[in-house]
Design a binder for this molecule. Structure first.
Ligand code: DP6
Length: 330
């Protein structure tokens, strides 16, 4: 009987961003990055490899996916087939657990869950560190979703040592309020956006230099459990990344008017003594890093500008894990 493997992986938000590849085939980044795994947003994936299957198939949220999406999955599964030395085809079923109306589905949880499930289904027994080098080749940010809490993706020197390292379980008073600004499809994907930035933005070399410092500083802040410093470094690093895009040719930005509304709201709260800091990835959504114990107060303030369904409070999440029989919806 072919083994069906079920794995859950959570998304992550980068506090020190990955923005630019030095090797596009192997997904080797220009700088090390550091993220926090998020509890509320995750992907559950089932994988089964079977001699009887003529080709790979991929179902997302119950819907059979087209050729282009399935090809991406096939290419990724090839890495595992090569490792196992098998040509068996697979059936993949994924469900994204993202609060409705948020538009927050992520390639990080998708590829981390798929990597975990393929590893189990084929009985490869890859340890988490090695598994993260596989997840990386699906999507760079997926490298970090293998672990929970605060996670560093060490840029490494080659494909084998560019992996995730758990830094801290983030089991202190930390949370995120996600402001889901809109769900429109991105005009510039992160993959294209980072490539354009690396190739054309005169600000890019300065970004790489300063990200190197930021990663050291944020690790020191985490070690000292210094929330304020953690937030300051996070906010500054995100702003610098978005700054590089304004210097690209042609320039681009992911910000929407409502992104600025969310940022200004957080800044106003800070003036009132509530420690909260913003960061944004390659999209208009704003993530407000805060003390979990103050997340409701921050949400209250944001409710003056956003509807309830656009605001999601989450605590730090855990690393990938196999689903229990009761949790297997797919
Ligand atoms: C801005 O991981 O989506 O979210 O490796 O090309 O799949 P690919 O890119 P992706 O880029 C993430 C960029 C970011 C920052 C981050 O998550 O570190």
């Amino acid at each position: 009987m072919p083994k069906k493997a079920y794995v859950r992986a959570h998304t992550n938000i980068a506090l020190i961003k990955y923005w630019g590849k030095r090797d596009e085939t192997d997904f080797l980044p220009m700088n090390s990055s550091l993220s926090m795994t998020l509890d509320k947003l995750y992907t559950d994936t089932m994988v089964v490899f079977d001699e009887a299957l003529p080709k790979d198939s991929f179902y997302l949220n119950g819907e059979k996916q087209g050729e282009k999406e399935t090809q991406k999955i096939s290419n990724f599964l090839d890495l595992f087939r090569e490792e196992k030395n098998t040509a068996m085809r697979a059936r993949v079923e994924s469900i994204n657990h993202v609060p409705t109306a948020a538009g927050l589905a992520s390639s990080a949880s998708a590829f981390a869950a798929l990597a975990g499930a393929a590893n189990l289904a084929l009985g490869l027994d890859l340890d988490p560190q090695r598994l993260s080098t596989f997840a990386r080749r699906g999507s760079g940010s997926a490298t970090r979703s293998i672990y929970g809490g605060f996670v560093e993706w060490d840029m490494g020197t080659c494909s084998d040592d560019s992996f995730a390292v758990p830094v801290d379980d983030a089991g202190w008073d930390i949370g995120i309020v996600i402001v889901a600004v809109n769900q429109k499809a991105k005009e510039v994907s992160s993959r294209i956006g980072m490539k354009r930035t690396v190739e054309t933005s005169p600000f890019y070399p300065a970004w790489v230099e300063s990200a190197k410092r930021d990663i050291l500083d944020i690790k020191a802040a985490i070690a000292a459990k210094d929330f304020i410093r953690l937030g300051e470094i996070t906010e500054a690093n995100g702003m610098k990344m978005h700054g590089t895009m304004l210097g690209a040719e042609p320039p681009f930005s992911y910000w929407e008017p409502d992104s600025i509304v969310a940022i200004k709201t957080a800044q106003a709260l800070r003036k009132q003594g509530i420690a909260c800091y913003v960061t944004m990835d390659a999209g208009p959504n704003v993530k407000v890093l805060c003390r979990l114990s103050q997340a409701e107060t921050i949400k209250e303030a944001l409710l003056e500008h956003f509807t309830e369904d656009k605001l999601i409070i989450t605590k730090p999440g855990k690393g990938i894990r196999e689903l229990t029989a009761a949790e297997r919806a797919v």
